[in-house]
Design a protein around this ligand. Structure first.
Ligand SMILES: [Mg+2]
Length: 470
């Protein structure tokens, strides 16, 4: 387990130091092997207003291209598999190839918060559900799966290490899509960008890991001009981690909200300053209000399921509020681009990831007939799955399963109807596998019936001949 994790992390980020991260309190922690439990970001957020206005657009075409991140990780997984095969050669015990027990007919995709994790802890049935998928089931089958979360704020490999520990199994970055993962494909498009959200300066690391060349954070701007935010000054530690820049000479070409803002007021002030600027130059004001940089959000979940008994505000709420502020100042609608579920481009991205994962890890070179998507939020998980399934983009049957362990509450009517509703993720896994076994049994019976039918046709002339002969 340690081998592949280390290999993957090293390959994804050449610096081993990527596992050692400075915390807001100045401490450095190893985000690799040392157990840490943190609350995940807004992975389970629910959103109601996706279709309220023109400000949501479908993710751009470049999302259709595979990212190097999962390719690299997938290549390492393949190498790991090959090493294990080589390691078994020459021994008296024949190696068991994974594909001999892995189904190629179907796969699972999971939302994380409210499905597998809640408040930083695994939902009780989640560990058992993963064991079932990994072969501990009555059918003796392994079922491939991926994770598709709107959350973020950490690198994919850090999230995988954390989730691996929580669910007591190995998870590769090649199985994992965060809300901001598709933003990697924007790194070539812009030179200097503002990255907002997450713990401390963490999202700067994520963006730089994606290949963004010049990443600015709100802390850098507050450090350069402390009058930017009249009601909050940087702490000494925040100031230490912020970079001194001369923003009078810098044009910020795009704004990316990578993860949930920890300081809404300050972040909104800085975002509005840029949106109303001339070409992203702080200190300027556009007269036409159409010269500011574009803004991207990694998802649009208004609420999400955290430790609190009630849902909490997510990134979609920040966006909604920014739209209102922008319009009240400029009289214009704010146009933004949103990634994450339920955007169909995100499901296309997930389809490619799943295909690559199945191919490189299990040697399966055909698309699954069915993908079971398990989520807790009707507005993002169920809506996205259903709409993707009904669109011309989907080549498989995407089957939505709603669980009762997160945002959705029993007794309410989900705005988007799932194909199945179950108590928890273990029931979801069992439901999908049982359904597949039913389909397989039916298919087998039909095939047998066809064979029997053919046999009768073959037998009939013989019988006739025999009868004619008597
Ligand atoms: Mg969720």
């Amino acid at each position: 387990m340690g081998l592949w994790k280390d290999q993957t992390c090293e390959a994804r980020d050449p610096s081993e130091a990527s596992l050692w991260k400075s915390q807001p309190n100045g401490e450095k922690i190893n985000t690799g092997p040392k157990p840490t439990i943190r609350r995940l970001s807004s992975a389970t957020a629910n959103f109601d207003d996706l279709h309220l206005g023109p400000s949501v657009v479908v993710p751009p075409k470049h999302m259709e291209e595979p990212s190097d991140a999962h390719e690299t990780a997938a290549a390492l997984e393949l190498a790991k598999h090959q090493l294990s095969v080589v390691g078994n050669e020459g021994t008296s015990t024949p190696s068991t190839r994974p594909e001999t027990t892995t189904t190629d007919n179907y796969a699972f995709a999971f939302d994380i918060d409210g499905v597998l994790i809640r408040g930083g802890r695994p939902i009780p049935e989640a560990i058992e559900a993963m064991r079932v998928l990994n072969g501990q089931n009555e059918y003796g089958l392994k079922v491939p799966y991926i994770f598709l979360t709107n959350g973020g704020g950490k690198t994919e490999q850090e999230r995988c290490v954390q989730l691996s520990r929580q669910l007591e199994l190995e998870i590769s970055p090649a199985q994992f899509i965060c809300g901001h993962t598709p933003m990697k494909e924007m790194a070539e498009k812009y030179k200097t960008v503002l990255v907002v959200g997450g713990e401390g300066e963490k999202c700067r690391d994520v963006a730089e890991g994606y290949g963004f060349k010049d990443v600015v954070t709100p802390g850098d701007i507050m450090k350069d001009n402390e009058r930017t935010t009249p009601f909050r000054k940087l702490t000494d530690q925040e100031s230490q981690h912020s970079r001194k820049r001369n923003f009078g000479e810098i044009e910020i070409e795009a704004i990316f909200v990578f993860a949930d803002s920890r300081h809404w007021g300050d972040d909104q002030q800085i975002i509005i300053d840029l949106l109303t600027s001339k070409y992203g130059r702080l200190g300027t004001t556009s007269e036409s209000y159409d010269e500011g940089p574009p803004i991207y959000f990694s998802h649009n979940d208004i609420i999400w399921s955290a430790e609190h008994e009630h849902t909490r505000l997510g990134m979609g709420a920040l966006r909604t509020s920014l739209e209102a502020i922008y319009e009240s100042i400029t009289g214009k609608k704010l146009v933004s681009t949103v990634f994450g579920k339920p955007q169909l481009g995100t499901f296309q991205f997930a389809t490619r990831l799943l295909q690559q994962w199945r191919k490189d890890t299990f040697g399966i070179n055909k698309p699954p007939e069915t993908v079971y998507f398990v989520g807790d939020t009707p507005e993002s998980d169920i809506r996205g799955t259903n709409e993707y399934n009904e669109s011309s983009l989907s080549e498989n049957d995407w089957y939505s399963i709603l669980v009762r362990t997160g945002v959705f509450r029993e007794g309410t009517e989900p705005r988007f109807t799932p194909r199945a509703t179950v108590d928890n993720v273990l029931d979801a896994v069992k439901h999908g596998m049982k359904r597949e076994m039913g389909k397989a049994t039916k298919k087998k019976a039909m095939a047998q019936s066809a064979v029997d039918g053919e046999a009768m046709i073959e037998e009939h002339p013989i019988t006739e001949a025999a009868l004619d002969g008597t």
